[in-house]
Design a binder for this molecule. Structure first.
Ligand code: NAG
Ligand code: NAG
Length: 485
């Protein structure tokens, strides 16, 4: 009973935050105007779920998905009329009265290289100017019509707009003519495919709000409240294009130009391009400590290998991390931005996974027949984490809510797998990597957190922040009282 009360107040807060409760002036005549069940049904309809009006499992799951923090309230009128003809509108017809607008990136997470960040933001604005009569200029300093900024937690936008750390609301923006978009600085942002939150698609979406666009009920729209995935489709759907042209007209020069979403997935392949100033400020070895990584593993001598982009760091048992090394210097032929890595105690070999393929190295030598299409053997594409698990004497791959036990010889999934992650009591889905430490525990990592797993009890026994609480991760700088961005 207590739990159901907690859940129902959680639902109420959620519906309020996103404008489903209290904004019911558009409710059809005869419906109970302030009824949470009605609001819940509206939210379910907008999220393409069965409109039960109750907090069922799919609804709870939907509430937990990362999304835009800007409310859906104003859009409901349009959404409620789905099935009839609906049109999108901007609240109070808010729009800019000029076609030439300036923008500025006010601050940035220190781990995002400035050049790539500027390129991504420019492309995000270009998406909209390429299909409308708008023109944008970057203002390097001074006043700008539209300002993009990263904030931590409560940042004076009202408590319901406070950022909530990784997941949940990732960003929000204001309608014209306030000209502000805010991004949660506690997310692990990325400007390439692979791990981390894709900043490009979030910037492009939030810029849409600053121009006056509401959330779209169309699932494939950039302006859908749940950020779209970049694929071979165009980033803007017909719905986005109609909405912006409705406010600002068609482009003056010829026809609208659109590129497939895949083009925008690799602004950044992290390289050594930190500026000299940044190099002095912060030792390079600690770079991964201030960010997130792609994969991690440990070998027989308890050396840690931490992978990010096209580099890796080696942290020996002493805890002093090496400088970042190019991946190919040790594992020739290995691609950048790995999904998962594991060192096997059984064979002494390194395994790497990316997409549907896998690589196996003995020392620095890629074994014959590799890379292999491992997805053909039933292995998941884009695994979250790989681990050699001594208890089973097998490799284990984790992907979402499932895990797969894999034979090292055949690289096929063993019978009766995959199974539910529930077997690993207390372990969250979507970890970035795992390793066995010399203390005998397994450690799993996700964003800035770790989970310590007892192999005998088969359960998580502790959790915390890895950069500051696990000295063997080599983050001396992070321990030195520096703020982790
Ligand atoms: C906008 O159009 C130009 C060509 O006019 C093209 O080069 C550019 O890549 C387009 N930008 C985006 C983000 O689609
Ligand atoms: C690690 O590096 C620090 C700073 O350079 C040094 O003081 C310390 O002695 C080193 N520790 C080991 C075990 O090498």
């Amino acid at each position: 009973h207590a739990l159901s009360q907690v859940l129902s107040s959680l639902l109420q807060r959620f519906l309020q935050k996103y404008g489903y409760l209290g904004a019911l002036r558009h409710a059809p005549a005869g419906t109970a105007r302030a009824s949470p069940a009605f609001s819940c049904r509206e939210f379910q309809r907008a999220s393409h779920l069965a409109p039960s009006g109750r907090l069922d499992a799919p609804t709870l799951q939907q509430m937990g998905r990362p999304r835009c923090g800007t409310g859906d309230g104003h859009s409901q009128d349009a959404w409620a009329r789905r099935g009839r003809r609906w049109k999108r509108y901007s609240p109070h017809g808010a729009k800019w009265h000029k076609r030439h607008l300036t923008y500025r990136v006010v601050n940035r997470p220190p781990y995002l290289p400035p050049r790539e960040l500027r390129a991504a933001v420019r492309a995000a604005f270009e998406l909209w100017s390429n299909v409308s009569a708008l023109v944008f200029w970057e203002a390097r300093d001074g006043a700008a019509d539209i300002r993009l900024a990263f904030f931590h937690g409560d940042h004076n936008d009202g408590l319901s707009n406070a950022f909530d750390g990784p997941g949940g609301a990732l960003a929000h923006a204001f309608f014209p003519r306030r000209g502000e978009a805010h991004f949660d600085s506690d997310e692990r942002w990325s400007l390439r495919s692979g791990k981390g939150r894709n900043l490009f698609v979030v910037v492009a979406h939030e810029v849409g709000h600053t121009l006056g666009l509401e959330h779209s009920p169309v699932k494939s729209a950039l302006m859908s409240p749940y950020y779209k995935k970049l694929s071979k489709d165009f980033v803007l759907s017909w719905d986005d294009v109609l909405a912006i042209q409705n406010l600002y007209g068609k482009p003056s020069k010829g026809s609208a130009i659109q590129l497939p979403g895949k083009v925008f997935t690799h602004f950044q392949d992290w390289s050594m391009d930190l500026s000299d100033g940044e190099r002095q400020q912060r030792s390079l070895s600690a770079y991964y400590c201030h960010s997130f990584f792609d994969a991690i593993t440990a070998d027989a001598d308890h050396n840690l290998y931490i992978f990010k982009g096209s580099r890796y760091w080696l942290v020996p048992a002493s805890g002093n991390a090496s400088d970042p090394q190019p991946l190919h210097s040790r594992w020739p032929g290995l691609p950048a931005a790995l999904d998962a890595a594991a060192w096997s105690q059984l064979s002494g070999k390194f395994y790497f996974f990316k997409g549907g393929r896998c690589w196996r190295y003995k020392g620095s030598v890629l074994e014959a027949g590799f890379p292999q299409k491992c997805s053909a053997g039933g292995l998941p594409r884009h695994p979250d984490t790989a681990l050699y698990f001594q208890q089973l004497r097998h490799l284990v791959l984790f992907k979402g809510a499932k895990y797969f036990v894999v034979s090292e010889e055949s690289l096929h999934v063993e019978p009766y797998y995959p199974r539910s992650l529930r077997d690993w009591a207390g372990l969250p889905a979507g970890t970035a990597g795992a390793l066995r430490h010399r203390d005998g525990f397994l450690y799993f990592f996700r964003d800035h957190q770790y989970w310590q797993f007892d192999q005998a009890k088969l359960q998580v026994v502790a959790t915390g922040m890895w950069a500051t609480e696990l000295p063997w991760m080599g983050c001396w700088d992070a321990n030195g009282g520096q703020v982790l961005f």
